[in-house]
Design a binder for this molecule. Sequence first.
Ligand SMILES: *Cc1c(COP(=O)(O)O)cnc(C)c1O
Length: 383
Amino acid sequence: MTGKTNNASPAALAVAAVRNLSPYVTGKPMSELSRELGLTDIIKLASNENPLGPSPAALAAMHRALEESWLYPDGNGHELKVALAARHGVGTNQITLGNGSNDLLVLLAEAFLTPQVSAVISQYAFAIYGIVVQATGAVAKVVDAQGEDSAMPHGHDLKAMCAAVDDSTRLVYIANPNNPTGSWCTAGQIRAFLDAVPRTTIVVLDEAYSEYARRFGCPDGIELVAEYPNLIVLRTFSKAHALAGLRVGYGVSHPDVADILNRVRQPFNVSLPALAGAQAALGDAQQAPRAVALVEAGLAYLTAQLPTFGVKVYPSAGNFVLADVGGGGLTGQQVFDRLLRHGVIVRPVGGYGLPRCVRITIGTQEQNERLVDALRQCLNSQG
Ligand SMILES: *Cc1c(COP(=O)(O)O)cnc(C)c1O
């Protein structure tokens, strides 16, 4: 190398907001646990995936699309947008496609945030919100969630969030239901919030678990977009549609918001097989009801079983539960580590400020039974 000797890390050259970021911690992959402990029989209940797997129609469409993968995808995702627009009764110009809905969260932050403005986020909210806000240097105003003894423990306190919105606030995030808490807001609460928030603040309503949540009184936020030009609703193919590895999500908003997001979007942010798979998945009317039925049964099972050995299960409108496993003095991280030795991967949530808890994705009945047995053993044993 030429030039002056300089021992400073090149990381020092990065912008301060990015240097100070902690990356999002993803669920532990099964292959990693297999490498570490030599286990072969592993179940992953850590990333809220749908164990039923993708629709056969989606798989067939993706196989066909692979043959064409020497071509660039349609940069506008026209056919998928037409299908989504028909499904939701909106215009194609109201839809923004993303590489997962995570991509939409990044685009929103890029398009609306600077170090001079702020965003409002609930305590315990999905961690990506804080990360994308921080990366822009904007101020993240974190609002205390509802208390442990409230009707919705850890839930967003929408009144307090609204009060935290001021002239500088460009984005406010609502996860409905929220991950990792499972807590949710009803249609009436969401509407009251939208009525109270000034139109100078964009409301990001993240409905990643929409298919599971409707039976709990969560609204279809997309039906509200026509009334509130400052609302964007985010959906994903990762959860009920069982296409997490494909990376497709979308936003539905006022056309002007979609137009703005499309200016920062990479032209080919959704791959050719992903466009085809998502479109076929949308056409399979069986997929979501099957997933919802599985989760309904699994939620009832876990909610009945876990308290029999001292685990508290919080209410959830998603395909996962937040479980307080700390009654015997162990941390969620310790319980996570013990479960790994049984070949069961869950998600520790100490990073969210919930050190006594783990998040457990609802699996098949067989997986749920294995989780219950392993967890019972972990909590009863000394190590
Ligand atoms: C899983 C999840 C998402 C979706 O992520 P993708 O990028 O679409 O896979 C978004 N928001 C929340 C709250 C989630 O839990």
